[in-house]
Ligand binder design. Structure first.
Ligand code: SF4
Ligand code: SF4
Length: 426
């Protein structure tokens, strides 16, 4: 890190010793997994820098924004519209939950058989190790799966700024009405927080900013369709992960820059993996920083990940918001329509997701799909069975993985992934 941030972390109330331990683990994991890759695009240097400063410079920037009167909103889910936060002069950041922390403490509050993502979110709060969480003026939770819903009741008692958003479970007319009403309520809460009234102009500008960020990611996704793949799945996942923290305009610029480089690589047929490396689509639960275990296993086994059907990936970014409305009401409708298309496994029925996975597998020229489910995550684990069936009908091999954030099963996963790669290489 470029300077000593300890005074800032102290001011935020972090547990410095625990935080240092977390940073060490993060740094080591990053070196072993990311920096050990060969043949990376030069543009990844930007993302390496962001990751090296993820608890440093970026937090300093947020603290400066706060000094200038801007509010920071932390969010646990892709259903929280960044457009609304930006339009009211707030910054939205994702609250990562990709590593086990303070597990013993967490298990005093939540059952052991809770998914790793929820446990991690609570562990970061209990352990006081997340500067994003501690600098947020408002933390937004959402009633998606039952685990999250109940965990927010527990978390609500640990912070005084938790705002809970309700979400529909069915893509019906009533479901859409609920989402719209909840976004109106959120808009009001954000306006009260910031003291800024959202206008047509500010909402249009916010939509443009977020659309530009998503369009840059779409460009990156399109380039990954090339054979040989010009970028590793690990690096593309990192870009997706960084999109939750970075300043949106700067992020857009950096992704477009790396896309320019990838276009050159494609022209020269320069791939990132060995020629004829099997192409894998990963589908399932979101992978927050620093949850890199599965992509690392897949890519060190000789395959290349070409797409992610995930909230940290295409599920979270694929749709843009229509900005043609000329009233706040019309634009809020457009925001609702955009997010209502997110096909999280909490929805029932959820055939759109099955169609999307099949469509992605074909579009990206995948040789196989790995469905990634976190242990105890009922929505995704249950849905992995119909996903496998839908893929089987198309003759697309699918491997269902059920894991957590620990490394205990790494050897066993490696064996299963290697066998799958051999099977699809024939
Ligand atoms: S999987 Fe569902 S609950 Fe989790 S971030 Fe995505 S949309 Fe939100
Ligand atoms: S949807 Fe699954 S992975 Fe996401 S929070 Fe709920 S149980 Fe965990």
């Amino acid at each position: 890190m470029s300077e000593n941030y300890e005074p800032m972390w102290k001011e935020l109330g972090l547990d410095l010793e625990a935080h240092n331990a977390l940073l060490n683990v993060l740094g080591q994991g990053y070196t072993d997994i990311y920096l050990a890759q060969e043949n990376r695009p030069e543009g990844m240097a930007y993302f390496d820098f962001v990751m090296s400063e993820v608890h440093g410079l970026r937090i300093k920037e947020l603290m400066e924004e706060k000094k200038q009167g801007r509010k920071i909103i932390g969010s646990y889910c892709v259903f929280v519209p960044e457009e609304i936060a930006l339009a009211a002069n707030a910054t939205l950041v994702g609250l990562c939950s990709g590593a086990d922390f303070a597990v013993e403490e967490v298990e005093k509050h939540l059952p052991r058989n809770t998914c790793a993502l929820i446990k991690s979110a609570l562990g970061f709060k209990l352990g006081r190790v997340c500067p994003y969480l501690e600098s947020a003026d408002m933390v937004v939770g959402e009633n998606t799966c039952d685990g999250k819903k109940k965990a927010y009741e527990t978390m609500g008692g640990m912070m005084d700024n938790l705002y809970v958003m309700d979400l529909p479970q069915m893509k019906s007319g009533l479901g859409r009405q609920l989402l719209r009403a909840e976004y109106d309520r959120f808009k009001q809460a954000v306006e009260e927080l910031t003291g800024v009234q959202i206008t047509v102009e500010s909402l249009k500008a916010a939509i443009a900013t977020v659309n530009a960020k998503r369009s840059a990611l779409h460009r990156l996704y399109r380039l990954r369709k090339a054979d040989p793949a010009p970028i590793s799945g690990l690096d593309a996942l990192l870009a997706n992960q960084v999109s939750f923290y970075d300043n949106p305009a700067r992020f857009t610029e950096s992704v477009n820059k790396i896309c320019d480089e990838l276009e050159e690589r494609i022209q020269e047929s320069r791939g990132v993996a060995k020629p004829a490396a099997p192409r894998i689509l990963v589908s399932g639960c979101p992978m927050a920083v620093p949850n890199w275990k599965l992509p690392w296993i897949v890519e060190t086994a000789g395959a290349v990940i070409v797409g992610e059907e995930s909230c940290v990936g295409e599920r979270g970014t694929r749709n843009l918001t229509d900005d043609s409305g000329d009233t706040v009401d019309a634009l809020m409708d457009a925001v609702t329509d955009r997010y209502f298309k997110v096909d999280c496994a909490i929805f029932t029925p959820n055939t759109d997701r099955l169609d999307h996975i099949v469509e992605m597998a074909e579009a990206y020229g995948a040789d196989g799909v790995i469905h990634y489910g976190l242990q105890f995550c009922q929505p995704y684990l249950m849905e992995s069975i119909p996903v496998e069936k839908a893929l089987e009908e198309k003759g697309m091999p699918c491997l269902r993985i059920d894991t957590d954030y620990g490394m205990e099963d790494a050897g066993q996963l490696k064996t299963r992934v290697q066998a799958f790669i051999e099977q699809i290489s024939d």
